[in-house]
Design a binder for this molecule. Structure first.
Ligand SMILES: Cc1ncc(C[n+]2csc(CCOP(=O)(O)OP(=O)(O)O)c2C)c(N)n1
Length: 565
């Protein structure tokens, strides 16, 4: 049967198993919106296209399925760029469909024309301009394939209006044909054996796990391997939840705001096993002094990330889950493992001592003063850790990572690579759409929340009970902290001179607004918020304005030069 390009798009999405798209209409995508009018596909009408991409991204991170976006040409398309770059940096599978002016007008400065394919080339895994309706289904198939395979990432498909209204037979391809794109999944057997030999020889091994563990659903394999070999584990921000935050082998996050134990362990290890991690500069600190005594093993699906920042001794390219399984198969016998455990005792004791003597902590506030860390601790306690947490960017993000314990993968969603303020609320909405019954909380700053606060209206419209916990310090806190440490407390333009009344703002949107200014008020506010099931809640926690995030490794310093509380 012949169909319009717009209908073909929607039918193709259904074939891909898509249940929800996040979008915002406009002139050239009207043919798509007309088909959506009576389609079974759920469409979430956002308030800003950046929000749409973060929602799709949050949906993808929480569920493991690709997120899908539809927006119009020109400003609709350019508004998606921050969201796309955010997903790109964190390897999140998102497929963005943008409208484009008719093919005959491309390059003519037509109304609402933007070269979105050119603009997003550096921040998409791949992008397409569909010039002929005959290419449409093939392109959509490829887009989903590329977004979700290998190292995942965002893919953009630009759809000119004439393609959307042209007619063609609908026949959806069974598979993408991309002979030049063959991600490698299986690790090299010889390298896997070599890695295992090095690990068994090590006396001070450390696992450094990144987002790749979560993306490849390898958390169970990681746990098995760490437990069998008694290796302490640290994760990156992106790896949070990839290893249980309550496990006795877990040392917490490493890097700039990592724990003392994790950073000391990485500095002293003789064998660093990097799994699905990319040696980000926030993790390594001074690169020449990163893991200076270690043999470095690196398991990653992306060959270009191997030895990019840090020279690696044993590279293994392939899917993390499969490789960890292979490693599990060549473990020594029980008796030898017992022997091995004994040999690691001094190291495990040293790690425990670092943990004991330098716990993550903060100074309790003077009477009546609310500390932000206390709020995060209470959120953990009252949800029993059973929540999906998203964050904004800044101190709020680091405190969330430090003081909430993530037991399962896909429960901590945060913009790690790009560090995008405004990510948390729309990402929480996306996660809530994927899991309507779960508790989803955005831990926010008073600065960040204002970057996509308009999405409160989306949450109200779809009765999504996302909770936002604003750690309101009246500052762009993280930047203020840097000014405090490195610019002599010259707080240049980081004080939020005028803030909205967040309680009234929440109410104006049709949500619930709550406030706590003293420690003793926190519990009641959180309990009240957790009871709301049909609309969003903003909790305004008025916290100590000049609190800092500790530990902190100043930029350019090695990991063991931490400033402590
Ligand atoms: C879109 C964007 N603009 C600027 C920055 C730089 N930046 C990083 S943290 C931060 C302060 C965030 O302030 P707030 O949201 O109030 O959170 P806090 O650090 O106080 O918890 C800024 C401005 C950024 N990360 N993203």
């Amino acid at each position: 049967m012949k169909m319009t390009g717009a209908r073909i798009l929607i039918e193709s999405l259904l074939k891909e198993g898509v249940d929800t798209i996040f979008g915002f209409p406009g002139g050239v995508v009207l043919p798509i919106y007309d088909v959506l009018y009576d389609s079974p596909l759920k469409h979430v009408l956002v308030r800003h296209e950046q929000g749409a991409v973060h929602m799709a991204d949050g949906y993808a991170r929480a569920s493991g399925r690709p997120g899908v976006v539809v927006v119009t040409s020109g400003p609709g398309a350019t508004n998606t760029v921050t969201g796309i770059a955010t997903a790109y940096m964190d390897s999140i599978p998102v497929v963005v469909f943008t409208g484009q002016v008719p093919t005959a007008l491309i390059g003519n400065d037509a109304f609402q024309e933007a070269d979105i394919v050119g603009i997003t080339r550096p921040c998409t895994k791949h992008n397409y301009l569909v010039k002929d309706i005959k290419e449409l289904t093939k392109t959509i198939k490829e887009a989903f394939h590329v977004a979700t395979t290998g190292r995942p990432g965002p893919v953009l498909v630009d759809l000119p209006k004439d393609v959307l209204i042209a007619m063609a037979e609908f026949k959806y391809p069974a598979a993408a044909e991309l002979p030049g794109y063959q991600p490698k999944y299986k690790g090299h057997g010889g390298q896997v054996k070599k890695a295992m030999a090095r690990i068994l020889k090590a006396r001070k091994p450390v696992i450094y796990a990144g987002g790749g563990v979560i993306l490849s659903d390898a958390a169970p394999e990681l746990k098995t391997l760490a437990e069998k070999l008694h290796i302490p584990v640290t994760t990156t921000l992106m790896g949070m939840g990839g290893f249980p935050g309550t496990h006795s082998l877990y040392m917490g996050m490493l890097g700039m705001h990592g724990t003392y134990a994790a950073n000391m362990a990485v500095t002293n290890t003789d064998c660093l096993i990097a799994i699905g991690a990319r040696f980000d500069d926030r993790v390594t600190g001074k690169i020449d002094e990163f893991a200076p005594y270690a043999t470095i093993i690196h398991i990653d699906i992306d060959p270009t990330s191997i030895s990019k920042n840090v020279e690696v001794d044993v590279p293994i390219v392939g899917d993390v889950k499969g490789i960890l399984r292979e490693m599990g198969k060549i473990l020594p016998k029980q008796k030898e493992l017992k022997e091995h455990e004994k040999e690691l005792q001094p190291w495990l004791k040293e790690v425990k001592k670092w943990e004991r003597t330098h716990k993550l902590s903060y100074k309790p506030g003077k009477k009546g003063v609310l500390k932000p860390q206390y709020v995060v601790e209470k959120l953990y306690e009252l949800t029993k850790g059973n929540a999906i947490i998203t964050t904004e960017v800044g101190q709020n993000q680091m405190w969330a990572a430090q003081f909430f314990k993530f037991k399962k993968p896909r429960t901590f969603l945060s913009s790690g690579g790009l560090g995008t303020m405004g990510y948390g609320l729309p990402a929480a909405i996306g996660a809530q759409v994927a899991f309507p019954k779960k508790t989803v909380i955005d831990i926010a700053g008073d600065g960040s929340i204002q970057m996509n606060i308009q999405e409160m209206a989306t949450a109200v419209q779809y009765k999504l009970p996302v909770k936002v916990a604003i750690l309101n310090n009246r500052y762009l806190g993280m930047v203020r902290q840097w000014q405090e440490f490195f610019y002599d407390k010259r707080y240049s333009h980081t004080c939020m001179g005028k803030l909205p009344d967040f309680v009234k703002l929440a109410e104006a949107y049709g949500g619930v607004g709550l406030r706590a200014s003293k420690p003793e008020e926190v519990e009641a506010v959180i309990k009240k918020a957790l009871k709301v099931t049909d609309r969003p809640v903003l909790m305004d926690f008025v916290v100590a304005p000049e609190e800092g995030v500790y530990p902190m490794v100043p930029t350019g310093e090695p990991l063991n030069k931490m400033l402590l509380v």
